[in-house]
Every structure is written in C-alpha cells, then in structure tokens.
Design a binder for this molecule. Structure first.
Ligand code: GDP
Ligand code: ZN
Length: 350
C-alpha cells in the first residue's frame, strides 16, 4: 500500500476531505494531466481517472484539476476511476493563459516551494526571475532560484550583482549535475512531505536536476531521449516524482511566455527590495509610479537604482494591474450572469 503522507497528505487535507459530501470515498493526488484524463496517485497505486460530468461542465477551465490537486474518486475496474470532488486548493501556481488578458491557468497546486530554474549561460535572465518570483509569492509559495550548469564559464560577481535588488525572500543555489555537493545542498533543503514545482525555460536542466535529486533517471532529459532515439519529451503533461524518503517534485514543461496572473499587484513589493529607498517615499502607500516625493524614482535619478530594474518593476506592475482590473470586471460580469440565471429560475417557478 502507498503511504500518501510521503506525497504530502496531512491532517489539514484530511479535515478538508471530511467536509466533502463524498468523504467516505477514496482520495488521491493528481500526478499528471492528459487533456481530460487524470493520473491519480492513491493508496492503491496509480489510477487513470476521468472527471464526473457535473464537475467537467460546472467549472471554469482554471478550476479543473491540475497536477498536485487532491481529489476524491470512485474507483472502478482495476485501475480506473471517476473524480467526484476536488479538495479546495491552496498555494497554487497560476499563470496568465497566453493570448488572454485575464484568464488564468493552474499549473500546480498545494505547493510549498518553487524552484525557479535558470542556466548560467545565455538563458540567465533576472527579468524572468522577477516575473516567476512575483507569481510564486502571490500564493505564498517559497521561491528558490536554482542556477544550473555552474560547471560552465560564468562570472559569479556579475550574476550576484544582477540579483542584489531582489528581496531576501528568495534563496539562491548554484548547481551542476557534475558536482554532487551542489546537488546535495539542494536536496538537504527539501523537507519531508514538501511539494516542489520546477519552473523555467526548456533546456535549462530541469529534468536533469530532478534526476540528480532523485539519484536515478525518473525523467527523460534531452540527452537521454536523444540517446534512446525517442526524441525530446515535449508533451504538455506535468510530471510528479517522489524523492527517496522525502519530497515531491513536479516538473513542468518549459513555457516560452509566462504571463502574470496577479490579483494583488502589491505582491511586487515582495519581489523588489526597495526598502533602502522606499522608507522615505512621501506617501506610505506609494506604488512608486508617478507619486510626488517617491524615493524609488529619486534613487533612479541619482544613479542608486539601475533604470532597467525600475523599468522592469513598472512593466510587471502594469501587466498585473491589467490582469487584476480585468479579473475584477470578469467577476462582476459572472455575478450578474448568475443573477440573471437566478431570476430566470424564479420566473420559471411562478
Ligand atoms: P529541461 O528541458 O529543462 O528539462 O533540460 P534537460 O534536463 O533536458 O537538460 C538540457 C541539456 O542541458 C541536456 O543536454 C543536459 O545534459 C544539459 N545539462 C543539464 N544540467 C547540466 C549541468 O549542470 N551542466 C551542464 N554542463 N549541462 C547540463
Ligand atoms: Zn515611492
């Protein structure tokens, strides 16, 4: 029998399950999603499930199960089942659905830490780190920056310098799959039962890192897939892997564009460390946009803060503002739609 505590099952989740109409059925964790098929890790091993019709048609796309969700299911046959309920989510990593202004997409849920993976070559980009950090911090997930391929040529001083404006919320690791010590440090930072999502562009070494942390080949990397002639694994499914004795790792496919889905643009204050200047902004709630007496803008003018850092802050602030305002409008619209629905039902009853 599978011990689901290793996969993060705990007393809080147990309590949540008791509140469900289906608390007498089985529970499990979504380990991969293939369109409308869900792989569920349960006490009896892996099951392949579909969603009950009322869930499938009664929910917005972002509410449908994602990797990491805990669900309740009715088993049938040997290894099949139907998902009848989803335990409410916490610490979910979302992103804005590409091509939309305010639609969000759930990437993984019930996440403790996010490994923001970048390689120390041309891929390294502090702007992307800020973007990921913002989205991760929005849901109180702990961001960890993993800088991979540290066996390559790079200038440590330049890298550290380009990250110094980030708040101390983010922990930084330099790793190489060719340096066991560097991997051990990351492994030791993972607590039993913790769930970690790995995010980053394709080719930065996410799968290699997961394999190194697990000390076995659990995911195909571009190397192994080339060697076996199976081709690069470019599927859109997300994969959940259990580390030896502790920790659940969720690998995500590299996305070209990671749009922000921030409902509280103030989260950006947790990404950028303006504390040295912001204390003396004229207004306590200064958003450092165009307020008079803004210490952050003064710092840019006086050469104390790099203009590109401030520009990045403005860009993310604008993007999240667009999202949150549209999201607010959408909710208002949904509310009035449901009011119309209720009114229609009332009229029908008469
Ligand atoms: P993913 O797309 O992020 O999952 O990246 P992969 O794990 O498939 O790795 C992409 C390429 O980078 C492969 O050729 C790996 O062998 C290589 N790679 C991964 N980690 C390291 C590392 O620490 N050092 C070096 N030099 N190459 C690495
Ligand atoms: Zn200010």
């Amino acid at each position: 029998m599978n011990n689901l505590a290793l996969f993060g099952w705990n007393s809080d989740l147990f309590q949540l399950k008791q509140e469900s109409t289906y608390s007498n059925l089985f529970h499990g964790r979504v380990s991969a999603v293939n369109k409308t098929n869900y792989e569920i890790m349960s006490e009896n091993g892996l099951l392949f499930c579909e969603l009950a019709g009322n869930l499938l048609f009664g929910m917005s796309a972002f509410e449908l199960p994602c990797t990491g969700d805990w669900v309740i299911f009715q088993p049938f046959d040997d290894n099949k089942g139907i998902i009848v309920d989803i335990l409410s989510r916490t610490h979910t990593l979302y992103r804005r659905k590409s091509g939309t202004i305010s639609d969000k997409q759930a990437i993984a849920s019930h996440i403790d830490k996010a490994f923001i993976v970048q390689s120390l070559d041309a891929n390294f980009n502090p702007r992307r780190t800020e973007r990921f950090m913002a989205q991760v911090l929005e849901e109180n997930i702990q961001p960890v920056l993993i800088l991979t391929k540290s066996d390559l040529d790079f200038n440590r001083q330049d890298i550290d310098e380009s990250l110094k404006h980030l708040t101390s919320n983010v922990q930084v690791f330099y790793t190489s799959i060719h340096s066991t010590e560097s991997i051990v440090l990351v492994r030791e930072s993972i607590l039993p039962g913790e769930t970690i999502v790995c995010i980053g562009s394709s080719g930065v070494g996410k799968s290699s890192l997961v394999n190194a942390l697990c000390e076995r080949t659990v995911l195909l990397t571009s190397e192994t897939s080339n060697a076996t002639g199976k081709g690069r694994h470019t599927s859109t499914r997300r994969e959940m892997v259990l580390m030896d004795g502790s920790g659940v790792l969720i690998d995500t496919p590299g996305v070209r564009e990671f749009g922000l889905a921030l409902e509280t643009p103030e989260t950006l204050e947790d990404v950028f460390d303006f504390s040295g200047f912001a204390g003396s902004c004229r207004f306590d709630n200064c958003a450092h946009l165009s307020e008079p007496g803004c210490a952050v803008k003064n710092a840019v003018d006086n050469g104390l803060l790099e203009p590109r850092v401030y520009e990045s802050y403005l860009k993310l602030r604008k993007e999240s503002w667009h999202f949150s305002v549209s999201e607010h409008d959408r909710r208002k619209r949904d509310k009035s739609f449901s009011k119309i629905g209720e009114e229609a039902k009332r009229i029908k009853k008469r």
